[in-house]
Design a binder for this molecule. Structure first.
Ligand code: 13P
Ligand code: SF4
Length: 330
């Protein structure tokens, strides 16, 4: 039984769903549990607005990893996806780390499986391995250093010029970084389906309607979209850009959850979500994994302290060093 199956069976044992209490105000109940249990909620910008609002620390994956590394709370509740909660657990092996829905995975992390990656690395033994934080603990354990979209540039610059680099798992971010740094890297062929979903045709139609809008994009997006963007940056960089740039209207190509914080930070600006290539009612790109977490699941997970992230000791030890190397680079 792997750790995921174990946690699911633990949930079954306590009758997780049957024990659902009547709660009229989840926000109030969650605040109460936070105090009672000395718990901290780390929330990602892609979470639904109510979860962002109740998070003690709201941020991108780098900020949240830093918060996980320094918190003195007894319980870390990760309102994000599995690889983020895993990183928090690796940094805090003695603490309880909870994720409201264990199925909150990541298409990008799934696109890099440990056995395939191991074989790939064996074919290139002289390469320095940089893995984007959006990967499993097993991939982190096989890497020399971890990066996020916020610090990738610095991490690449920290590698001696004559050392060849493998960059995994996001090929779009990797290609973008090659362009910016001028450094050749061997790229793993993985993608995030949320950032690959944007429709150039629909974006162009939107530009016709809003000729005064500027396109800004997350570097996980496809190269042709990045070419159209006036600014490319990580979640935090996009937020800062909208806040500090003098322009007034933006089409934002990243997960739509970020629009909540963007509009709060820059209420005077017009912010439009970039549309996706699908005929559905919500035309923006949402991460189905991030949106698996709900206020109800957050409450239940804090009440029953389940599902918990459980990882083998030796895996945590191997994955810790590359994460620490990243956090040491300021
Ligand atoms: P950040 O590193 O900007 O938080 O992005 C995380 C992510 O999942 C992007 O798709
Ligand atoms: Fe993974 Fe993409 Fe969702 Fe980020 S937005 S968690 S990379 S699937």
């Amino acid at each position: 039984m792997n750790s995921f199956e174990k946690a699911v069976s633990e949930l079954d044992k306590v009758g997780y769903l049957k024990l659902k209490p009547e709660v009229s105000d989840y926000a109030e109940a969650i605040q109460k549990l936070k105090k009672e249990k000395n718990a901290v909620i780390l929330g990602h910008y892609y979470q639904e607005a109510a979860i962002q609002e109740i998070s003690d620390f709201l941020g991108d994956s780098l900020y949240l990893a830093n918060m996980a590394a320094t918190t003195d709370a007894d319980i870390i509740v990760f309102a994000g996806v599995h690889f983020m909660a895993e990183t928090a657990k690796i940094l805090n092996p003695e603490k309880k780390v909870l994720l409201p829905d264990l199925n909150a995975g990541c298409s990008l992390a799934d696109s890099c499986q440990p056995n395939d990656f191991k074989k790939f690395l064996e074919e290139h033994p002289d390469h320095y391995v940089i893995s984007y934080i959006n990967c499993s603990a097993e991939i982190k354990a096989l890497s020399d250093i971890i990066c996020t979209s916020s610090n990738a540039l610095k991490i690449i610059q920290s590698v001696p010029e004559d050392r060849p680099i493998i960059f995994a798992p996001d090929r779009n971010l990797g290609a973008y970084l090659q362009k910016v740094t001028g450094r050749e890297m061997l790229l793993w062929d993985g993608v995030c389906k949320v950032h690959e979903a944007f429709s150039i045709e629909k974006i162009l139609n939107l530009v016709k309607l809003h000729p005064d809008a500027r396109i800004i994009a997350h570097p996980e997006s496809e190269p042709h979209l990045l070419k159209m963007a006036s600014f490319v940056g990580s979640t935090t960089a996009l937020l800062k850009h909208v806040q500090t740039d003098s322009h007034h209207k933006y089409i934002v190509a990243t997960e739509a959850g970020i629009l909540h914080e963007m509009r709060k930070n820059a209420p005077q600006k017009k912010i439009i979500a970039a549309p996706i290539d699908q005929n559905n009612t919500c035309a923006c790109s949402e991460c189905e994994y991030m949106k698996m977490n709900t206020m109800e699941k957050l409450y239940l997970c804090m009440k029953y302290e389940l599902p918990e992230i459980i990882l083998p000791e030796d895996l945590m030890q191997k994955a810790l060093a590359p994460i620490q190397r990243m956090l040491a680079i300021k």
